[in-house]
Design a protein around this ligand. Structure first.
Ligand SMILES: *Cc1c(COP(=O)(O)O)cnc(C)c1O
Length: 442
């Protein structure tokens, strides 16, 4: 009976739902799993099988599924105000959230502009940068710079500053060209080189471009510390300091895309804190609502805000989305920030991270594993001589071991919610090793 129910959901989904980032034909061989409910770090299907959400449901979930504190906040908000437009009107959740985020940057980034998804936040940062220069009489600043292997979302503007061939190539003719500079990916370190050496080398590429063309460049966009979607490429914070200096010298805006790495993921609330720099624009999404509701935002400085402040309507930033600043999403974000404070999450994560790193030591030393690396609550390693279809085979095998994991090419990574207990941490490490050995055929 239950079995029928599960397979019928799969069939109905495949008939009517076009799933994201998926070649639908692959579901002829790869399982599609209908989720019935979630609790803590676990997702449950209709047959009562469970899956440890080791990648936080695409990096969004911070404090588990059906978190009682976030649920309570949302239930309260639901009876007050589900939504109101944010032009001409305002409301308590969006005000409190903007104030608290500003405080987290020491009020350097004191103005927050809202949207619903990460790609839209990137679009907003790009448009704001261009428009701020234009309003300041520098309309020749029209170019954008991104890093090799960068990922900033799938909309036309965000894809233009993305450098992942698989996502970008089909749409090439639709996209405005941007400058692609070297990635500071520490895996490029040669014999006797450190991650800082790689960072210096990559910053020299930025310097070369800014020197040649800085007059025409509006902004450089960077995912600080970890380029996630390209395969968890990690770099030394020195890179961000060097690029910040170059941005100041050449009058180029720095956009930091913290959509994946923000909200404590790399060990500090904002990744850029580890470099001791603040950007001109900071994009947040994914974890900010605890993984509950679509919410994104761009934080910026007073000078940028002032460049738009005028009696002339056309000098304003006239961008909008219907659900801009949705009260429910903002309330989920406030509950998320409350948990960070009340539970001293960043400190607790250091303890979790030490335990999982220790538990992964045998895997880190495996002869078919290289570049085992970690930044905060992100672990990654690359499979040596990975078989064809490694990623899909790993996903299917992981499902058999009650794990939700989706490697990126040969890169296996974990990005778990910040709630795993000791048993879950040890289980995650043991199961990941079992899956890896089975798939790699060792
Ligand atoms: C996920 C992601 C985006 C896009 O966010 P969406 O909500 O999927 O549009 C942009 N930048 C980075 C770094 C991301 O990880």
């Amino acid at each position: 009976m239950e079995l029928d129910k599960q397979s019928s959901w799969v069939e109905r989904s495949l008939r009517s739902v076009w799933h994201p980032c998926t070649q639908m034909q692959h579901h002829e061989s790869v399982p599609l799993i209908p989720v019935s409910h979630g609790r803590g770090a676990w997702l449950y299907d209709h047959e009562g099988r469970r899956y440890l959400d080791a990648i936080s449901s695409w990096w969004v979930n911070l404090f588990g599924h059906a978190n009682p504190r976030i649920n309570a906040a949302l239930k309260d908000q639901l009876d007050r105000l589900e939504h109101a437009m944010l032009a001409g009107f305002t409301h308590e959740p969006v005000i409190r959230l903007s104030e608290q985020l500003s405080a987290l940057t020491g009020h350097v980034l004191g103005h927050s502009f809202y949207a619903s998804d990460g790609a839209s936040a990137v679009e907003i940062a790009l448009k704001m940068s261009f428009h701020a220069w234009r309003n300041s009489g520098q309309s020749e600043k029209q170019d954008f710079v991104c890093l090799k292997g960068s990922y900033h979302g799938e909309t036309i503007g965000a894809l233009a500053v993305t450098d992942v061939a698989l996502f970008k190539d089909a749409y090439g003719p639709l996209l405005r060209a941007s400058h692609v500079v070297a990635s500071p990916d520490a895996r490029q370190a040669g014999e006797g080189e450190t991650a800082a050496d790689v960072a210096r080398r990559a910053a020299r590429d930025v310097k070369r471009l800014f020197t040649e063309r800085g007059r025409h460049i509006a902004a450089i966009i960077i995912e600080p510390l970890v380029q996630c979607a390209t395969g968890m490429a990690m770099h030394d914070p020195l890179y961000l300091r060097l690029v910040r200096e170059l941005c100041e010298r050449h009058q180029v805006h720095m956009i930091l895309d913290e959509i994946a790495v923000g909200c404590g993921r790399t060990g500090t609330f904002f990744a850029c804190e580890q470099a001791g720099v603040w950007p001109d624009f900071l994009c947040l999404s994914k974890g900010i609502s605890g993984g509950y509701l679509p919410l994104s935002l761009v934080m910026t400085r007073e000078e940028i805000y002032q460049a738009f402040y005028s009696s002339d309507v056309r000098r304003g930033f006239l961008h909008s989305h219907s659900y801009t600043g949705n009260p429910l999403a903002c309330r989920a974000a406030l509950a998320t920030l409350d948990i960070f404070r009340e539970d001293d999450v960043l400190a607790a994560n250091r303890v979790r991270a030490a335990r999982l790193t220790a538990a992964l030591a045998p895997l880190a030393g495996h002869e078919r594993v290289r570049h085992f690396r970690r930044s905060g609550m992100i672990w990654a390693f690359d499979a040596v001589d990975a078989p064809a279809d490694f990623s899909r085979r790993f996903f299917s095998c992981a499902v058999e071991h009650e794990l939700l994991m989706r490697p990126i090419g040969p890169t296996v990574y974990m990005m778990p919610p910040y709630i795993l207990d000791d048993g879950e941490i040890d289980g995650l490490a043991a199961r990941t090793q079992a899956v890896f050995e089975q798939v790699i055929g060792a």
